[in-house]
Ligand binder design. Structure first.
Ligand code: ZN
Length: 187
């Protein structure tokens, strides 16, 4: 794949039947942390969390929420979507979790929570190279979208969803296994 290819904008309607089975499952480590709300983004108070993709560790920068979901799965939109934004130098990886319900009560600003408790541990994971869904819509973003929707236990500020983007030269890759880092694997 060529990282300079233009036209891979997000979000997309993930066509699970067109996805290619592959290896390279993400490793996630999300230990409990409290968050500080900045505009519509929740910034973690510790940076001991992240995701490892293809041997690269991306550290958790912020999470935010969309209502309804930005990604569709086989034509279906969901009530919400959580985006876990991680970064390694200038490279960005975003973990997307589809939300079947978004009316939780736990306050993220006062209660340390574990993202690992919300990221699905079952189902498939889809990966593709896309873009930020907010300006400047930078491309080259590594997307990881979990198939299994979850009920969000947290009360949160959410933003609108960007409309679906035309799928152009975007390869959705099916990953069968989700692995979780052991505690303290990220230092
Ligand atoms: Zn987002």
């Amino acid at each position: 794949m060529n990282g300079a290819v233009q036209g891979n904008q997000s979000p997309i309607d993930i066509d699970s039947r067109a996805a290619v089975s592959g290896s390279g499952a993400p490793f996630v480590q999300f230990e409990p942390t409290a968050f500080r709300l900045e505009d519509t983004r929740y910034v973690p108070l510790t940076h001991q969390n992240g995701v490892r993709l293809d041997g690269v560790t991306y550290r958790l920068m912020q999470i935010h929420f969309h209502r309804p979901s930005e990604h569709f799965l086989d034509g279906q939109q969901f009530p919400g979507e959580m985006h876990i934004v991680c970064q390694s130098n200038s490279e960005i990886a975003v973990v997307g979790v589809l939300l079947s319900r978004v009316d939780g009560v736990i306050d993220l600003e006062t209660t340390p929570v574990s993202l690992g408790a919300v990221v699905p541990s079952i189902g498939r994971v889809f990966r593709y190279d896309g873009s930020l869904t907010t300006p400047p819509f930078t491309e080259g973003v590594k997307w990881v979208v979990y198939e299994t929707p979850v009920e969000l236990p947290w009360a949160c500020v959410s933003t609108r969803a960007r409309p679906l983007q035309h799928k152009n030269a975007t390869l959705a890759v099916l990953r069968h296994e989700v692995s979780h880092w052991p505690a303290a694997a990220v230092s």
